[in-house]
Design a protein around this ligand. Sequence first.
Ligand code: FAD
Length: 459
Amino acid sequence: MTIRAAVGGGPQEPAGGRGTITLVGAGLGGSLMAILLGREGYTVRGFEMRPDPRADPRAGGRSINLALSARGMHALGEAGLLDAITALAVPMRGRMIHAPSGETAFQPYGTAAWHANHSVSRADLNIALLNAAERFPNVRYSFGSKCVDVDPDTATLTLLDAATGRGTDVRSDAIIAADGAYSAVRRQLQARDRFDYRQSYLTHGYKELTIPAGADGAFRLEKNALHIWPRGGFMMIALPNIDGSFTCTLFWPFEGPNSFAALADERDVVRFFEKNFSDASPLMPDLAAEYFRNPTGSLVTISCSPWHEAGRVLLLGDACHAVVPFHGQGANAAFEDCVVLRDCLREHAADLGTAFAAFETRRKVHTDALAALSIANFEEMRDHTASRLFRARKSLEKTLHRLFPSWYVPLYMMVTFTRIPYADAVRREARQQRLVGIAAGSILLLLTLALVLCIHGGY
Ligand code: FAD
């Protein structure tokens, strides 16, 4: 039985003169938001259902490492953590494509040395963010505290303590919910009138596996690359870790003859990897055991609106816009949310409701665009990266960018190496493609005219 106790008794004035904000979730978005709010002088009380990752780094769930790009790195810079996180990351300057024969081909992401994604351990990143957040005397997190209910009208959160089973009510000026794709706070908002909600799962799931480091921490594949084994319909990728290991992720259908469901025992697993990933499987000594030990995760896209309620509750990060991971942008977008929200709070300090509405207006159109881009990039990585036509197109895009750097920026580069809002990047890409089409058509016309003149002029 749970005992309900009122904690706090009502909104409190913080030392910094701003209000009290309750944060749900100490994942990536939540812990970065805690830092930015702490800096602004808000009193922040954070609640996370898992144990403190600083006590048990394996408690983090989700993927083991992830790629950060310009948006995420900029947000970390705003939190004063750019150098600290860069030191924990391995730069990846392009894709290393592994053919079924074992042959490899490197495709740079951009045209300059700084055009790199940064592979970082989710646990290390999360711990660095939490440590930085709790350096502010006005920021405190409680772990093992699960949000089970929300009253948006009074900004009251009901929490269940994992150790004691006790229920606690916490009231503040506002609740910011960064509790991930399966957000408990969003579920409460969904029950209210006129809340739009859409979720869609891919038929593919994912499983993480390991290529351990070689002797003395040596990298057994090219260190500064994101490795892809595109196999048409499915793929495996691998991201480097600073200890010399790689975290591989197999993206494969859940069901069907060629699927997770089809591998019944360790022999099936080894045979499947030897056939499809012949150069990787010898580097995975614990493959079969790890395959059955590690969970198979699902891949969901979530879209909802409104993101805020009664000027007192706001959703942030995956809680309002989870995307599939094929552009490596989910955490980047959650980090970008934090900076935009900080700016909205600065602009509308006296009115949280207006700040929250401004945040959704500024972000939703762009996170919707990211959702579509992320699905499209799955097809690109899985099916096209191995093709000659794809490589030729990428080379042409880079040549155009080198020749006309301010006029033509490839879409991937806009998403990954700039902070151009996602929907603006998509619009600009459409404009660029139109111009390239017109230029190509004009050149063809001129060549045809020249040929006709040559023939008729007798040259
Ligand atoms: P989360 O990081 O999921 O944090 C939510 C937190 O809330 C968790 O700590 C959770 O325990 C807590 N919580 C949940 N419910 C409750 C509750 N009821 N009460 C209290 N606490 C609660 N993004 C990238 O940018 N680059 C990548 O390379 C990348 N790779 C990915 C690979 C995979 C396989 C997956 C699945 C995702 C990847 N992402 C990547 C996406 C990224 O992980 C998410 O977008 C990011 O973690 C979102 O941050 P968040 O804070 O919104 O949610």
